[in-house]
Design a protein around this ligand. Structure first.
Ligand code: WTA
Length: 653
């Protein structure tokens, strides 16, 4: 299939783009001096980055490393919200736009640093005075992309409460699991949000999530964003309206000096088991990492209008819509809605309307725009753009080149940034004024980061070879653990190779040592840049009354990168194959969230298994990829494969 072939990260290592000369000249980094600096003394380099921040008390030791636990800037006292807000108020940035917000309906709100600081202080007072939230508490946030989301997160970190943000596409059950895991007694939400012209009634989903026995949530704060249309049921005693709480809340609040290692937030992400893991991030190290990378990777300048199109519910939004840009005193744009609404040119109209200079988006979005055609971007003046970025999945060279030409007008550097929820900040990426780029390659580890591609034995691979991506030494923004599960932390990241962080990604080095990411090597799939565990999907399937067994796999998809295909066997009683497939798809969407809905569900009498009863997913992948079926000699019943292949091909047709 030619389309799939064009998706694969083929090494086109001979095509390369130098940073445009005038870009380089004016960039924060114009030559490789910064790489040398970091190489010469890595810890001193990180200290110099931490020194860019305001510390109430300077650290005593830069790093304490007791594998696999790192403590950075030990003994230092710092506050994330203070660095993102207060310290800018004594400069001209006081009246600079901190957040420019555009609603899906076209409304606009601008919060200056002064405005944002005031709202955050008021809300911090609400949390402390009206709900008794204390340092170390966990606060769950389930909100649409509105400024109150940024206000809520900044208020949490201001008082030392850890936020746990759940992406608005997750289901009620996903919320219940997460609040139970971190025992959060306060939840902040909105009546709803707009998405592609429809109201997503978030508060109703929250009500469902909290209607389980033993829910730890005692109070719910609700932002009235939609109004009557959201159909909210007010639960007296438990629910409180944000605007009512804020009305008389004082606007003065002292940011609390927090330990550098204080838990700043939890963010749940998928792994290789059915249960999502609460990734823990620290305060001083995390902020150092995102401040540094936002500045150098995006070359953030005072007069930039920076737009990261991610949702704040994912790590990209945490680090590069809110904390990284605000800590740098930048103007960050936040858009509430869908990229194709009301017209397929919505993104480009936003770029033109606000004169966006830096644009950071996902390969899946770029492929969608490509499929819509060149006319939509061509209708708008995109000449304000000076840098483009991508994140979330490997970008195929074809999409990279389209982005470069049709959006960047051929003269914007592209930063393909590789990183993870766990890494906190960008790890592998070009520096736009320094690194010649190659479409499809994230190029090199950033200064201060030691990445390597290794073989099964943990030995570095030679140029031209593929292997596993590891990080050799601790970095400030690295995760501090998995909430409540230290064993899983060690097992997942630190057991594959002793002493080094295992990313779960495959990668290849080209003849010049450029890194080309090849996707996950574990049971994690990446659907439109959203991370999902195959086990999570499988447990959602077998939870359905008539499913007896399920095997989920990721299959290459032209736009989404990967989609989910599930093979299931049914119990005796079911409603017939066609309707069962549809029902299972809906069931998974209801259990996890709509973005997890399988593309295809193939019903089978039995799944292919080894004689010892292990499902052979490798063979299922061969079927889905249309490949020659691999070795079936270990199968208990090899006739299953033929009939599965037939069914799959029929479905494709
Ligand atoms: C994948 C998103 C190739 C990778 C920030 C990683 C990428 C997972 C890239 C993390 C990229 C992210 N090129 N693959 N530029 N960026 N990935 O936790 O497989 O949602 O392990 O963090 O996305 O996804 P997560």
């Amino acid at each position: 299939m030619p389309e799939e072939a064009s998706l694969s990260p083929v090494l086109n290592e001979n095509i390369s783009f130098k940073p445009p000369g005038d870009f380089s000249k004016n960039a924060h980094a114009s030559d490789d001096a910064i790489y040398h600096l970091a190489q010469t003394d890595r810890l001193a380099f990180w200290e110099s980055q931490a020194e860019q921040l305001h510390w109430f008390k300077k650290w005593d030791r830069v790093l304490e490393w007791e594998e696999p636990y790192a403590r950075w800037f030990v003994g230092g006292k710092i506050n994330i919200a203070y660095n993102c807000l207060d310290r800018h108020l004594s400069s001209w940035r006081r009246n600079k736009a901190a957040i420019i917000w555009e609603g899906e309906k076209g409304e606009q709100r601008v919060l200056t640093y002064f405005d944002l600081h005031r709202e955050v202080c008021k809300f911090a007072n609400v949390l402390e005075q009206k709900f008794g939230v204390q340092e170390g508490d966990r606060v769950t946030i389930y909100m649409p992309m509105i400024p109150e989301l940024a206000i809520a997160m900044l208020a949490c970190v201001r008082i030392g409460a850890a936020h746990s943000i759940i992406f608005g596409g997750f289901s009620a059950e996903s919320i219940s699991d997460r609040v139970a895991d971190c025992q959060s007694s306060l939840l902040i939400t909105a009546d709803g949000g707009y998405r592609a012209g429809k109201v997503i009634a978030l508060k109703n989903i929250v009500d469902k999530a909290l209607a389980v026995d033993g829910s730890p949530v005692k109070d719910v704060i609700v932002v009235a964003h939609i109004g009557a249309e959201a159909g909210v049921q007010h639960n007296t005693g438990r629910d409180h309206y944000y605007h009512e709480l804020m009305a008389d809340s004082p606007a003065r609040h002292e940011a609390r000096p927090l330990d550098s290692e204080a838990l700043a937030f939890l963010l749940y992400t998928s792994g290789t088991t059915g249960k999502p893991k609460g990734i823990m991030h620290s305060t001083g190290g995390y902020l150092t990492g995102v401040t540094y990378t936002a500045k150098y990777v995006f070359d953030l300048k005072e007069d930039d209008v920076y737009w990261c199109t991610a949702d704040i519910g994912w790590i990209t939004g945490h680090s590069y819509i809110v904390y990284g840009p605000l800590s740098n005193g930048a103007t960050t744009l936040m858009y509430e809605g869908a990229p194709g609404y009301p017209g397929k040119d919505r993104f480009w109209s936003i770029v033109a309307k606000y004169g966006v200079t830096l644009l950071y988006t996902a390969p899946t979005a770029i492929r969608t725009f490509m499929s819509w055609g060149d006319d939509y971007p061509a209708k708008h003046d995109l000449t304000s753009l000076r840098l483009l970025g991508t994140v979330g999945e490997p970008i195929n060279p074809k999409a990279w080149l389209w982005y470069h030409e049709k959006i960047g007008g051929g003269n914007c550097p592209i930063v393909d940034t590789w990183w993870q929820t766990e890494t906190g900040n960008i790890m592998i990426s070009p520096l736009p004024g320094v690194t010649p780029t190659k479409p499809g390659s994230a190029t090199h580890a950033l200064p201060g980061i030691e990445a390597e591609v290794v073989d099964d034995q943990g030995q570095p691979v030679a140029r031209g070879q593929a292997g596993l991506l590891i990080i050799k030494s601790p970095w400030p923004a690295m995760l501090r653990g998995i909430y409540g599960d230290p064993d899983r932390y060690k097992q997942t990241y630190w057991s594959r190779f002793p002493g080094v962080y295992f990313t779960g990604d495959g990668a290849q080095l080209d003849s010049e040592g450029y890194i080309w990411l090849l996707g996950r090597v574990d049971d994690v799939i990446n659907v439109s840049g959203h991370r999902l565990g195959t086990m999570e999907v499988e447990s959602a399937c077998v939870d359905h009354a008539f499913v007896s067994e399920a095997a989920a796999i990721g299959v290459a998809h032209e736009i989404k990168g990967q989609t989910i295909v599930v093979f299931v066997s049914l119990t005796a009683e079911h409603t017939g194959e066609a309707s069962a497939s549809e029902e299972i798809r809906q069931h998974v969407a209801a259990k996890i969230g709509a973005f997890a809905r399988p593309e295809k569900v193939i019903i089978t009498q039995e799944l292919p298994k080894t004689r010892s009863g292990k499902i052979m997913r490798r063979l299922l992948r061969d079927i889905a990829d249309g490949k020659v079926i691999g070795d079936t000699t270990t199968l208990a019943d090899s006739s299953i494969i033929g009939s599965l292949k037939e069914k799959y091909e029929k479905l494709e047709a």
